[in-house]
Every structure is written in C-alpha cells, then in structure tokens.
Write a protein that binds this ligand. Structure first.
Ligand code: ADP
Ligand code: MN
Length: 346
C-alpha cells in the first residue's frame, strides 16, 4: 500500500482524511456507527444481488455510496509497501492497542483530472438522540438560521476551479488551495438563503472550460440521479443524520473529449474496474464476482469512465431502523433538491 498522504480536493469535513499514493482509496478515521452502517449496506447488497433485481426496479442504497472495502489498522501501515494484508476484512479485525482504525473506501475522485466537488448536508434536523443538550441547542440554531431549516439542505463547502462567478464571492467565503482551485468554506453555505441558494448551485456548474452543452448535460444528469436517489430513499428504512450528498464533475475538457461526452448515470463497479490493478490486488473480496487473478496486469491502473457522480457520504450518525419507514428528514431534503435542479434545468 505504500504511504498515506492527505486526500486532495476535499469539499468539507475534518482534517485527517487520507488517501494512498495512487489516490485510489480513501481512509477515514473510523467511528463504530459509520462502520456499522457501511457493513449493513454491504450485507444487504450482497443478499440482494443474489435475488433478482428488486421488483420495483429501484436502485439499492449501495448504488449511491462509495464502495466499502474494509478496515485498516493504521499501525500495520509500518510494515511497508506490498504488505496488503494490512487491509483486513472486519471479521479479522481484532481491537488491539496501537494505531487508529481507518475506514477504507473507494475514492470517488479517482480518475478525475480536474474534479469539482460540492458537499451538501442533508436534513433540517442536524443532531441525533446521542447529542448533548449543548449540541442540540447549537445545531438547532444552525438549522434555524440557514437553508438547513428553510430548504432541508445546506451547502457545506465546494472545492472547485475558479470561474467568472467565483470572482464575485465575498473574500471571507473562500480561499485558494495548493491545487490551484478554490475552496469555498462553510460560511458561504451558512450565509445562503432561499433566494440565492439556486445561484450557488449555478456557480458550481459555471465552469469556464466546459461548453454550454456540457454544463447543460451535467445539470440534467444530476437531476436524473436525484430523482433515482429519491426513489431509493423511499424504500429504505434508515435515519441518516448529518449525512452529505457529494456532487462531483470533471472540469477538464480533454477528458470529456476522450470519453466523447459519454457519462453513465451510475459509476461503474469499483471492484470490477480495479481488479486488474496491481496496487489493489485480490484482497477485496467484497463482492461475489470472479476475480481474474492472472498475473497479466501490465501496470495499467483501474479505469474510471465517469464524467460526474452523485454519492451519499458521512454516516457517523446514520443507522438502519427496520420497520420504521423512510427517513422523512432526508427524503424532504432530496425532494427540495429535486425542485432546485428542476429549476436549474428550465
Ligand atoms: P467528516 O466526517 O469529516 O465530515 P466526510 O465523510 O463528510 O467527513 O468527508 C469530508 C469530505 O471528504 C467530503 O466533503 C469529500 O470532499 C471528501 N470525501 C469523503 N469521502 C470521500 C470519498 N469516498 N471519495 C472522495 N472524497 C471523499
Ligand atoms: Mn461531512
């Protein structure tokens, strides 16, 4: 696995999220609740892929999450490159002393040349039953004074290429980054209102390097994805407090040319596209497909054939609630986002 480095192009969140040398994976400090959530999603998706596709044709929740690959004990990292046994499936993980535990996820940005990333936090209600009284007060206030309360979602941040419209942003709302992009911070999102929230999404897509046609295509495909996600969520008995929707698109016109503007609605299966890759060997038996184990891998890296993607992330306060119905807090948010994207597409 080689060494860790900091994940680039983050749109929000805490410091300390890592990636590997080739930026194929994301390592996030593990909380038990987030691990539990990913594991239930994974178990369900394994079970459901045995059965025929769901009768109603709706996509499973797993279609919207980064692929979960396991748990890594940070201390095992010291064993050095090539020791991929450091990746443990959870059943092999023994809670022993030493390093932090990291969640190993698919890096959703893998393969992008100029990723533009927008993090939208879902829900009016931003705390769960474990929150302290102080936290409840504070987060109720955040909700009451932002679009979290009025629209059910709030922009947490963006990491994107500068464009004509970003020149207009108040200087306290952004900073330049080491990637030459700009990072739009949480104060930008907190100061949006129902009257300018649509403009904030338009700003995200107002890429100087992409043609009008490509920008229109992006707005359309994200609307389609939000509609599909909405249907998924109506079927899922979850409570996802303080989860985010991540919007990612390619801002490098050369990659659009190479892919001839072809952008699938859903990402291709991460396991499949990484299975010939040397640095992501057959350890990931997460899904029941045949591993083509031949040592025929030239040094080719996995291929990512997407130009944009929509994903749910951040489940440190998420859980399954069988029998309790859909997550109204999140479904309402996604419904409002759907209306917003309807308007963007007018
Ligand atoms: P936190 O719990 O610190 O809020 P998140 O899971 O919300 O962490 O992630 C913070 C940021 O990291 C996101 O806004 C996104 O930009 C980036 N990120 C998180 N997970 C992934 C992933 N699997 N692939 C790519 N980027 C990710
Ligand atoms: Mn987050």
């Amino acid at each position: 696995m080689g060494e860790f480095k900091l994940l680039r192009h983050k749109a929000a969140g805490h410091e300390g999220t890592l990636t590997d040398k080739d930026e194929v994976l994301v390592f996030k400090v593990l909380t038990q609740q987030e691990l539990d959530f990913y594991q239930v999603v994974q178990e369900k998706s394994l079970r459901e892929s045995d059965a025929a596709d769901a009768a109603d044709g709706d996509l499973p929740l797993s279609a919207w999450l980064p692929t979960f690959l396991g748990v890594l004990d940070e201390s095992l990292q010291e064993r050095g490159p090539g020791d991929s046994t450091a990746i443990l499936s959870d059943s092999q993980t023994t809670p022993k002393s030493g390093g932090r535990k990291l969640l190993v996820l698919e890096n959703l940005l893998y393969g992008y040349s100029q990723p533009n990333v927008l993090d939208v936090k879902l829900g009016k209600i931003l705390f769960d039953e474990h929150a302290s009284e102080e936290k409840r007060q504070r987060l109720s206030e955040v909700s009451r004074t932002t679009t979290s309360g009025s629209s059910g979602f709030r922009i947490c941040g963006m990491h994107m290429q500068a464009n004509e419209l970003t020149k207009e942003i108040d200087e306290v709302h952004f900073e330049e980054t080491d990637t030459g992009n700009i990072f739009i911070n949480k104060n930008f999102g907190r100061s949006r209102t129902v009257d300018n929230i649509e403009g904030a999404f338009n700003l995200f897509f107002a890429n100087d390097r992409l043609s009008e046609k490509r920008i229109k295509q992006l707005k359309e495909i994200f609307l389609q994805r939000i509609q599909l996600l909405y249907n998924t969520l109506l079927d899922e008995e979850v409570r996802m407090v303080s989860a985010s929707l991540l919007f990612i698109y390619e801002g490098d016109p050369n990659r659009w040319d190479t892919l001839e503007d072809h952008d699938p609605i859903l990402r291709s299966d991460f396991i499949e596209y990484s299975e010939d890759n040397e640095s992501v060997e057959g350890e990931y038996e997460g899904k029941n497909r045949d591993y083509k184990g031949e040592e025929d891998s030239n040094d080719s890296m996995p291929e990512n054939t997407s130009l944009s993607t929509l994903a749910l992330i951040d489940f440190a306060h998420s859980k399954f609630v069988p029998g309790e119905g859909y997550d109204e807090n999140v479904v309402d948010a996604v419904e409002n986002l759907m209306k917003l994207f309807d308007n963007l597409n007018l």
